[in-house]
Ligand binder design. Structure first.
Ligand SMILES: C[S@@+](CC[C@H](N)C(=O)[O-])C[C@H]1O[C@@H](n2cnc3c(N)ncnc32)[C@H](O)[C@@H]1O
Length: 329
């Protein structure tokens, strides 16, 4: 059992971790444990877990820039931190490759980091102008590839489902008419023009479109499903899962997963029958109530306003059937 002290002077983190105390509490980190931080970002959660005396944190991020920026923390942690440039949906394979079979805790902090949002050249933001990229990782088609190549109905579907944009068809039509589009600023203007925009509007009308395209380009909802299934596979009996999400599409996935895996969902999903005497045994228990940020935290960090934390404890039952990607069959 290791009880090494916490890394002291960690590099300044521009991303303010959300609900970090609540996450560490839900993870019930004990000295000597091994934890997975599936979304390293600026390392806020990892640092907090190490400070609680974890012997080892294996932290994933699909963004090579986040991994590179985290290297200094590896040294500061006394090598208790291992950084893995990989999607969290592949955590089981990555852990196996490192000789780790089971872990005591898994945490996921879903979405983009402030560093990604705040750099116009990453192409996530409609507030600054940059290339229309939006990829968290360095691979796969960019947002520009998608908006310039997708047909109008596919665009409309993505905006409707991932952005909950009620005027998705109108926006999709405007995008197709304006192609090719290369910059975030151009796209934001096209959406604003299509939906009507006046100064003083509470929310920029481009918000939903940018969210939708980002989710699509990064396959974020598939990743979340894969990450939850992977966590189910790697957590030891009694291990803890803590997931923070930032909008209802993501929270719904976590809520449904924990409901079905804890056996409290009467009807099965369309993927599998309900958990009953003949179905698989519950793999999670002690599913906590959703936790939201305090008023004080929201005041200090407005990004915390939409955050929801859900947590649960792994039972000893075998993980439900998953495919090689860790996704639901
Ligand atoms: C909200 S930030 C995490 C912030 C972190 N908890 C902290 O305290 O600094 C999300 C991070 O997760 C990464 N990420 C998002 N989806 C991912 C995935 N499927 N696999 C691995 N990393 C992912 C993003 O690149 C980003 O750096």
């Amino acid at each position: 059992m290791t009880t090494a002290s916490a890394p002291s002077a960690a590099p300044a983190a521009p991303h303010i971790p959300v609900l970090v105390e609540e996450v560490v509490h839900a993870l019930a980190v004990a000295p000597g444990e091994t934890h997975v931080d599936g979304t390293f970002g600026a390392g806020g959660y990892t640092k907090a877990i190490l400070e609680k005396g974890a012997a080892r944190v294996i932290a994933f991020d699909r963004d090579p820039e986040a991994i590179q920026a985290g290297e200094s923390l590896v040294a500061l942690s006394g090598e208790r931190l291992t950084l893995v440039p990989e999607r969290f949906s592949r955590m089981r394979q990555a852990l196996t490759a490192r000789g780790v079979d089971r872990v005591d805790g898994v945490t996921l902090d879903i979405g983009v980091s402030s560093m990604q949002l705040d750099q116009p050249e990453r192409g996530f933001s409609f507030q600054g102008d940059g290339p229309l990229d939006m990829r968290m990782g360095a691979d796969g088609p960019s947002a520009a590839d998608f908006v310039n190549q997708a047909d109008e109905s596919e665009l409309a579907d993505v905006l409707f489902h991932y952005g909950e944009e009620p005027k998705s068809r109108r926006v999709a039509r405007a995008i197709v008419a304006a192609r090719p589009i290369a910059r975030t600023g151009e796209l934001a203007q096209i959406v604003r023009k299509a939906l009507g925009h006046h100064p003083g509007m509470k929310k920029d009308p481009a918000t939903r479109t940018f969210q939708a395209i980002r989710i699509h380009v990064n396959e974020e909802l598939h990743e979340l499903e894969g990450g939850l299934a992977a966590a189910e596979q790697v957590l030891r009996p009694g291990g803890r899962l803590a997931v923070v999400t930032f909008h209802s599409l993501e929270d719904r996935i976590v809520k449904r997963f924990l409901k079905s895996r804890s056996g409290s969902q009467a009807a099965g999903s369309r993927h599998r029958p309900a958990a009953n005497e003949t179905g698989p045994a519950p793999t999670f228990e002690a599913v906590g109530r959703p936790v939201r940020a305090s008023e004080a935290e929201v005041k200090a960090n407005p990004r915390a306003r939409s955050a929801t934390l859900r947590a649960a404890r792994r039972t000893a039952a075998p993980a439900w059937g998953t495919n090689e990607e860790g996704r639901e069959r």
